[in-house]
Ligand binder design. Structure first.
Ligand SMILES: NC(=O)c1ccc[n+]([C@@H]2O[C@H](COP(=O)([O-])OP(=O)(O)OC[C@H]3O[C@@H](n4cnc5c(N)ncnc54)[C@H](OP(=O)(O)O)[C@@H]3O)[C@@H](O)[C@H]2O)c1
Length: 283
C-alpha cells in the first residue's frame, strides 16, 4: 500500500536528501516547510511550523509515516513533543526521528528528550542517531575551504563523518519498509578521520592546497563571531569540536551498511561529488 510520508525539515540537509530518496519509492511525499512551496522533489508541499499548532492538522491529515526533525531552535522541544502527541492521536503509524550519535547517554539532550517522548507515545519508531554530517564541510565551512583552510578546534581528534545523503537513504528505508520498528541506528561513515586527513583528501580531490589550521577554542569562537555567526551557534559548534578534540567523535558503526545493504559514502566520495560547489560552480 502506498504510504503518505510527512517530512518535517523538508528543506533542510537531511530532509532534502530524504525527498530525493523517497522519489524512487512507492510513497506520497508531503514536504513540510514554514514557507511553501519549496524546491525539488515532493508530491505535495504543506505549510508547517512547530510553533503554530494551527498548521499541524493539514500536515498530518492521512499521513502514515513521519520524519521528525528537531529544528535548531532549542526552545521548540515542547512543541515537538506536543506535535508527536498530535501525530499519535490522528493515527500516524511510524516515526523516524533525526537524533544525534550518543543521545542515549545524555538524558538532558533535547534529542534524547524527544526520543523518550516518542518511546512512550505508542507510535512505532526508529531513532536515527547520525555522527557529524560531512556536508558541514561545505555548508558551515565552505568559505574557509575555498580560502584554502579548515579552521575548526578539533585538535588531533577523529570524527566518523556521515554523509547526509546516507542518513536520508536510511530514513527513506525505515519509513517505507517493515523491520525497523522500535529500534535505534547509530549512523556513521565508513571511517574516522582527523582534520589533517580530511585536509589531505580535500587537497588531493580538489587539486589545490588546503591546510588544517587547528585554531584554539577561543580563536575559533572569535573567528566565527567576526564572520557574523550568532554567538550561540559558535558555542554549539565549539561543543561539537571539543567532543572531537577529546577523542569522543570517532566511533564507527556498520548500521548504514546493514540498513542499506551497501557501504556508506566516504569523505573522499563527498569531495568528488561536491567538487563543483567547492570550486564555486553550480552542479
Ligand atoms: N549537522 C550535523 O552534523 C548533525 C549531526 C547529527 C544530528 N544533527 C541534527 O540534525 C538536525 C538538523 O537537521 P538538518 O541539518 O537536516 O536541518 P537544517 O539543514 O538545519 O534545516 C533546518 C530545517 O528545520 C526547519 N525548521 C526550522 N524551524 C522550524 C519550525 N519552527 N517549524 C518547522 N520547521 C522548522 C527548516 O524548514 P523551513 O525553514 O523550510 O521552514 C529546515 O528544513 C538537528 O536536530 C541537529 O541537531 C545534525
Amino acid at each position: 500500500m502506498t504510504r503518505t510520508v510527512l517530512v518535517t525539515g523538508a528543506t533542510g540537509t537531511v530532509g532534502s536528501a530524504l525527498r530525493d530518496e523517497l522519489a524512487d519509492r512507492d510513497a506520497v511525499v508531503r514536504a513540510a516547510t514554514r514557507t511553501p512551496p519549496g524546491d525539488g522533489p515532493a508530491d505535495e508541499w504543506v505549510a508547517f511550523d512547530f510553533a503554530k499548532p494551527e498548521t499541524w492538522g493539514a500536515a498530518l491529515e492521512g499521513a502514515d509515516a513521519l520524519f521528525l526533525l528537531r529544528p535548531p531552535d532549542l526552545s521548540r522541544v515542547r512543541q515537538v513533543r506536543e506535535f508527536v502527541d498530535a501525530a499519535t492521536r490522528v493515527g500516524v503509524e511510524h516515526c523516524a526521528v533525526l537524533s544525534v550519535l550518543g543521545a542515549e547517554r545524555n538524558p538532558l539532550l533535547p534529542h534524547r528528550r524527544i526520543e523518550r517522548h516518542i518511546e512512550s507515545s505508542g507510535l512505532s519508531y526508529t531513532h536515527l542517531r547520525p555522527s557529524f554530517f560531512t556536508q558541514n564541510l561545505l555548508e558551515v565551512h565552505g568559505d574557509a575551504l575555498t580560502r584554502g583552510e579548515i579552521a575548526v578546534p578539533a585538535g588531533d581528534g577523529e570524527t566518523s563523518f556521515v554523509d547526509a545523503r546516507d542518513v536520508g537513504a536510511v530514513a527513506a528505508t525505515v519509513l517505507t519498509e517493515p523491520g525497523h520498528e522500535d529500534t535505534a541506528y547509530d549512523l556513521t561513515g565508513p571511517e574516522a578521520l582527523t582534520y589533517d586527513e580530511v585536509a589531505a583528501i580535500a587537497s588531493e580531490v580538489l587539486g589545490r592546497s588546503i591546510e588544517y589550521t587547528r585554531p584554539s577554542l577561543p580563536r575559533f569562537v572569535v573567528g566565527q563571531v567576526r564572520r557574523d555567526r550568532p554567538p550561540a551557534f559558535a558555542l554549539v559548534m565549539s561543543g561539537i569540536y571539543t567532543t572531537a578534540r577529546l577523542g569522543l567523535a570517532g566511533r564507527v558503526t556498520d548500521d548504514v551498511a546493514r540498513v542499506l545493504g551497501r557501504e556508506p559514502r566516504s569523505v573522499r566520495t563527498f569531495f568528488e561529488d561536491y567538487a563543483p560547489e567547492f570550486r564555486g560552480e553550480m552542479r
